[in-house]
Design a protein around this ligand. Structure first.
Ligand code: 7RM
Length: 637
């Protein structure tokens, strides 16, 4: 989908496309799908039934996503850089891999998978750092029709083991070690611990990222490099049906064990690529795109690898962290690699905004054209900091709302096309039909009046997850039971009188205080407006009179003194912004709040601390900062 007429160019074109996509979704998506390379055209564009639930797109169509990411580009852009890899250590050299080189590497490693007994439909777990071999491993799986299940290389051995066992993976691909800032972490030993409990794994392929000695188990563990020597580089792409599995990716539920979201080949490819091209608008062949997410998350799957490579652009992979060697690293890389399109998360923006502005101003940032945000609601303050200091007021910000389950961006401005508005994800992409639901479970259909409710989607889109691996019932209960014949997102949203959406946060974060439904996100936003407050998290806890009361965990900027006077100021600010009913009963100043690796606050744990019920905090091993929990408990009020 490169020079496609389907890339929208003006707001009028967007509106026209949107209208068409609602009037005849099958015709709309069918035309987009025709822009890709298929071995055989589909028989049936869409069949679905949300009450089973079952969704099938492009059934009978035969394709391989790697032919779309790689083979198709060889003729015209074979020598263009597909991946620029930027190492953790700024003194180590970057790697530039062309489309042709990537094609050869993927085919060759695909033969390694085959020679180790991996066949179409087998599940392969990948636990690797942000190095090109991670991209090669995932594309090699796709080349032969194996289903990849990538586990973020910051997760613990028990998290790896439970994911491997849930999907019954036959192979594990990993690296011996990984560099992260000043640390060197032994991934292989974490895997070895996991492998004690994973009977389905037959082979482990180990990429040597460092020269350190690596412990290998004979008969099971093999070095990546040694295996490559045994195979050639010719590998035909496996014939996949559009509805054959492409990958499984685990996402944490608000309770219980992680859900293995299942994505299939054709629809995912179409959705990821169409959204990528239209949202980011990379219109110059020299544009360079950098998404700072880890490939272990859906953002990395769709918007570091599959979307950008299908679209034939240059995509950056960064191995390191934002604060090594210092807090200017992101901006240094933008200058060095001439990044034009930059995509990151509000949590990263907020943490960088806390640092002295000199870390930004040391760098030019003159190549940037478009900025993106994803992962949580971006608060007003962070939006402006990003816009003013990074974009210099010249770069449209695309605030992209979507989920692991949606596979692709659902609500977002199209860069340079859709008028933006701070904190608003704005309008649905063509082909996406959101519905705002009121407290009686009815759709709020008047789009000319502002309204607030819960966000559902009332028509299927190609890249939606098809099931939860091994638990279709859970898929039905979580996503298709809240509202008949609709997909429920779990998010709340506000819609203004022009149809622009602002995502207000997970509705599991709604607290009912004295009968008032209070979203915690707007309260946090109000508190964050105080000049001393860096970040905050609000949860509910049981209260004799009010039913629930509000407990606020507040992180102050360095040097700000934690006083009772400050607490009063913060309460007054909430009161004047939202209303007295939203004033937190308790404010506890903390150094940090527990977060998932992708930057989402673990409110489940804060709720327990606020309720003085800390006997069983559940699994905290996958957190970014588990050590903060005891500190918060010790200071609890
Ligand atoms: C892409 C991703 C999904 C949840 C989702 C929301 C929140 C994501 C935004 C956002 C407000 C955004 N997948 N979320 N993007 N909230 N504005 N632009 O993050 O599966 O890991 O998370 O993230 O609550 O339901 S995810």
């Amino acid at each position: 989908m490169k020079t496609s007429s389907l890339k929208l160019k003006t707001f009028a074109e967007y509106k026209k496309a949107y209208k068409k996509s609602v009037e005849n979704p099958e015709k709309f998506w069918g035309k987009i799908a025709e822009e890709f390379t298929w071995q055989k055209k589909w028989d049936n564009t869409l069949s679905y039934n949300f009450s089973i639930p079952e969704v099938k797109w492009f059934e009978g169509g035969k394709l391989n996503i790697t032919e779309n990411c790689l083979d198709r580009h060889l003729e015209n852009i074979g020598n263009k850089t597909a991946i620029i890899w930027e190492p953790n250590d700024p003194d180590e050299e970057s790697r530039h891999i062309t489309y042709r080189q990537l094609y050869v590497k993927v085919c060759r490693f695909a033969n390694v998978l085959k020679s180790n007994g991996i066949k179409k439909g087998d599940r392969v777990c990948i636990y690797m750092p942000m190095i090109p071999e991670l991209a090669i491993a995932m594309l090699a799986c796709a080349r032969i029709g194996a289903v990849h299940s990538i586990v973020f290389a910051g997760f613990s051995s028990s998290a790896i083991a439970s994911r491997i066992n849930d999907a019954e993976c036959k192979m594990l691909i990993t690296a011996n070690e990984v560099y992260r800032g000043t640390k060197r972490i032994n991934l292989k030993s974490i895997c070895d611990e996991a492998l004690k409990k994973t009977p389905t794994i037959e082979n482990v392929i180990v990429y040597r990222r460092t020269v350190e000695p690596t412990e290998m188990t004979a008969g099971r563990d093999k070095f990546w490099f040694d295996e490559l020597q045994k195979v050639n580089q010719d590998c035909d792409a496996e014939v996949m049906d559009a509805e054959d599995l492409l990958f499984i990716l685990y996402t944490s539920g608000s309770t219980g064990k992680p859900k293995g979201m299942v994505h299939t080949t054709g629809g995912y490819m179409v959705g990821a690529t169409y959204s990528f091209s239209n949202v980011f608008q990379m219109n110059d062949e020299n544009d360079v795109y950098w998404c700072t997410a880890d490939i272990g998350w859906i953002t990395g799957h769709s918007y570091i690898i599959y979307g950008p490579l299908c679209a034939g652009v240059t995509t950056v992979m960064f191995e390191g962290i934002p604060n090594y060697p210092d807090y200017g690293r992101f901006w240094e890389i933008c200058d060095k690699l001439k990044v034009t399109h930059f995509y990151t998360a509000p949590t990263a923006i907020r943490s960088l905004a806390k640092q002295p502005i000199a870390f930004v101003n040391k760098h030019k940032l003159s190549t940037l054209k478009v900025l993106g945000s994803v992962g949580e609601p971006i608060n007003e303050e962070a939006w402006h900091w990003y816009n003013d200091n990074i974009g210099k007021g010249n770069c449209p910000i695309v605030d992209t709302w979507w989920q692991t389950e949606t596979g692709a961006i659902m609500i977002s401005p199209l860069a340079g096309i859709t008028p933006t508005r701070p904190t608003f994800a704005t309008l649905p992409l063509p082909g996406v039909q959101p519905a705002l639901m009121n407290e009686h479970g009815e759709e709020i259909t008047n789009i000319h009046e502002k309204a607030e409710g819960r966000l559902a989607i009332k028509f299927p889109w190609p890249s939606m997850a098809r099931t939860v691996w091994g638990d279709h019932q859970r898929y039905k209960e979580v996503y298709f039971s809240a509202y008949p014949n609709m997909y429920f997102t779990g998010d709340g949203a506000y819609r203004d009188a022009t149809g622009n959406y602002r995502i207000t946060g997970r509705v599991d974060d709604v607290v009912i205080v004295s009968g008032h439904n209070l979203g915690t996100a707007p309260i946090e936003n109000a508190m964050n407006e105080h000049e001393g407050v860096a970040e905050s998290a609000v949860v509910g806890f049981p209260h004799d009179v009010k039913g629930n009361a509000l407990y606020a965990f507040v992180i102050l900027y360095p040097g700000v003194e934690a006083t009772d006077e400050l607490k009063k100021e913060i309460r007054d600010l909430v009161s004047s912004t939202i209303g007295a009913i939203a004033k937190p009963d308790v404010i506890q100043f903390v150094k940090g709040v527990p977060k998932t690796r992708s930057g989402k606050i673990m409110r489940r744990i804060l709720r327990k601390i606020a309720s003085k019920d800390t006997s069983n905090l559940g699994d905290t091993s996958t957190l970014l900062n588990p050590e903060i929990i005891q500190e918060i408990i010790d200071g609890a009020l």
